[in-house]
Design a protein around this ligand. Sequence first.
Ligand code: ZN
Length: 336
Amino acid sequence: MKTLLLIFSSILLINCASNNHINATAEATGETATKYANTITEADLKERLYVFASDEFEGRNTGEPGQKKAAEYLKKFYVNHNIPSPISYGNYYQNIPTENLKPNLKPSENVLAFIKGSEKPEEIIVISAHLDHLGITDDEIYNGADDNGSGNVAILEIAEAFKKAVENGKGPKRSILFLHVTGEEKGLLGSKYYVSHPIFPLKNTIVNLNIDMIGRVDDAHEKQPEFVYLIGSDKLSSELHLLSETINDQFTNLHLDYQYNDDDDPNRFYYRSDHYNFAKNNIPIIFYFNGTHQDYHEPSDTPDKINYEVLQKRTQLIFYTAWEIANRENRIAVDK
Ligand SMILES: [Zn+2]
C-alpha cells in the first residue's frame, strides 16, 4: 500500500512538472503563433475547396484523370507559394507503381512539400491528408468535399502559414512534411507506400497529424458545432495527448470528443485512415475527424454543405499543435 502510494504521488509530480513545462512553452510561442494562425481564414479555405471538390476533378478516383488534376492543383499551389519539394527541385510527386497499388488501378502519386527546420531539420513532423476519393459512378460525381477536400485545403493553409513565418525569420525549428496521399479509399495505399519508401527516415519522424474529414458537423453535435473528434492522441505518447489538450485550451477551445478513441469502439476508426500506417511504425499520431453524416461517401458530399467557420478553427488547432511540436525544446517522447 505504501509503495503504491509513493508511486502514485511521484506520477502526480511528474505529470504536474511536464504540464507546467508545456504551458510555459505555449505561452512563450503564443503571440507569434497566433499571428500566423490568423492567416488561416474561412474565405481562403472556401475558395480552395470549391476548386478542389469541383466537378472538374471528377471525384479524384485513384490513378484517373480527375485525381491527376487534383495532384496538379496541389503542386501548383506549392510552386506558387515557393514551398519546395523534399524529393528534388520541382518534383513534388512520389510516383507509386501499379504493383504497389491494387489490380485494375493505374499508377498514381502522393504529393509532397517541405519546410526545413531551422535548428533540428532532421526531426520531421508529417501533416497528412488523402487526396483521392471515389470518382464517378452511374454518371454521378462523388465530389468528396468533406472526404477529404477539407483535409487537403487545411494542409495548404497550414503550409502557407508556416511559410509566412519562415519569411519573417520565425520558421519552425523542426521540419514539416506536407503529405497528400493517394489511394486511401482503395485501402490506405498511398500512406502504406510512403512508410515503406519514406523520404526521411521513420526513426526521425516524430509525429503524424492526419486529417480526414474536418469540414462538417455530425448529428451528435448539432447543438455544439465547435468540436472535433480526436483519435489516437494518447495511444503512443502521453506527452502528445497532454500537449494537444493544452494547446486547444489555450488557443482554440474546441470541444475535443474522444468517443471514437475507445479501443472497444465498433467503428474502429483508429485503423481506418492513413495515420494507422504511421502508428504501426511506432510513430505517435493524432487523427482529426468530424464523424460520418448522411452525405458520407455519397455524391451529395459537396462544398456548399461545409461549415467553414468550424473548418477554420479545426485547421488552426492543427496548426498550433504542429507549431508547438516543432518549436518545443524536446522531441515528444514515445512512452507506451
Ligand atoms: Zn477519407
